[in-house]
Design a binder for this molecule. Structure first.
Ligand SMILES: Nc1ncnc2c1ncn2[C@@H]1O[C@H](COP(=O)(O)OP(=O)(O)OP(=O)(O)O)[C@@H](O)[C@H]1O
Ligand SMILES: [Mg+2]
Length: 298
């Protein structure tokens, strides 16, 4: 329990620090997608990215998941997997930017605010005209106060990404919620928490939502994926109760076709299935929130 209290306190301090930075309100379309392992984060992120690109938006899809599936879900060829070098494993770039190579930087003076404006041009993978994908790689969980070179770089990249204008940015995160302990969510205006109907992933979803709210992300949405029947829905509703923190709750059914189309989500895009209707509903909700933020700044 003491641990939880300490974590909350750290989170509040981080929130206050973020607010005091006075960057102004997050603008545009900045969505962090999180939730327990295997619930469908990458599938949903890829489908949203593809749909937004079809709509004419310029999309930057950022993969923070150590499994690095996002590019393949977006349609990047498996044969070209070797070309995908995550930033955290790009030792030369890490050293060039923060002054130390991964594995040797603990306790050294690292450049904490390096200029990473070249990162998407140099390391973004072009999926098609409308979508670039940036593979971040594993984040080492640093003890409080410690920073390793690769984390220093990834933090800088995330801080820089929020400044890119006219782009829809979708951040697919690793399972769990640990990344919220760092300033990763800075500048993101919406959180899409993905869950399955089971209690375990719902617990993680609620935890993630509270952390995101503590970090000051204004919009929280819940996607309940892989629902099989009305009983699932009733269970989720009972679990959430009336005072849950989500602005919207959208249900997506379990659908064998989603499994069948792996790794790329491309063939699902033209489906008129209930699953794709759920994706369309999420997209609509995210777009509506980002538009309302733009209409009423601050
Ligand atoms: N609605 C659905 N119906 C059936 N299968 C689904 C559905 N959504 C996702 N899946 C399948 O569930 C598995 C996990 O999906 P995905 O990789 O998107 O989850 P994830 O949350 O990103 O996982 P991880 O935490 O490992 O990164 C995949 O096999 C995917 O095809
Ligand atoms: Mg994933």
């Amino acid at each position: 329990m003491a641990d939880t209290a300490a974590k909350k306190q750290r989170m509040r301090a981080a929130t206050a620090a973020l607010k005091s930075m006075q960057h102004g309100p997050p603008d545009g379309f900045r969505v962090v997608v999180c939730g327990k392992g295997g619930v469908g984060k990458t599938t949903i992120t890829a489908l949203l990215a593809r749909r937004l690109a079809i709509r004419g938006k310029k999309v930057l899809a950022v993969d923070e998941d150590p499994q690095q599936n996002l590019a393949f879900s977006l349609g990047y060829p498996l044969e070209a997997a070797e070309d995908l070098i995550p930033l955290s494993r790009n030792f030369d770039y890490v050293e060039e930017k923060v002054g130390a190579r991964p594995g040797e930087g603990w306790g050294l003076m690292l450049a904490l605010n390096p200029d990473v404006t070249d990162v998407v041009d140099r390391f973004g993978v072009r999926i098609d005209e409308g979508i670039d994908c940036l593979v971040m790689g594993s984040v080492v969980q640093a003890a409080t106060g410690c920073l390793c070179p690769e984390n220093a770089l990834l933090d800088a990249v995330i801080r820089y990404i929020r400044l890119r204008e006219d782009e829809a940015i979708l951040l697919d995160t690793q399972a769990g919620v640990e990344h919220f302990g760092r300033a990763l969510a800075e500048g993101f205006s919406q959180t899409l928490v993905v869950t399955e109907p089971g209690r375990n992933s719902l617990h993680v979803a609620l935890h993630a939502a509270h952390l995101a709210a503590d970090l000051g992300i204004p919009h929280l949405h819940l996607a309940v994926n892989k629902t099989r029947n009305d009983a699932d829905r009733t269970k989720v509703e009972a679990f959430l109760g009336e005072n849950h923190p989500f602005e919207s709750v959208i249900y997506l059914p379990f659908d064998e076709r989603v499994l069948d189309t792996e790794p790329s989500v491309s063939t699902l895009l033209d489906d008129a299935s209930p699953f794709m209707e759920g994706i369309a509903a999420i997209e609509k909700m995210l777009l509506a929130c980002s538009q309302s933020d733009r209409a009423v700044p601050g």
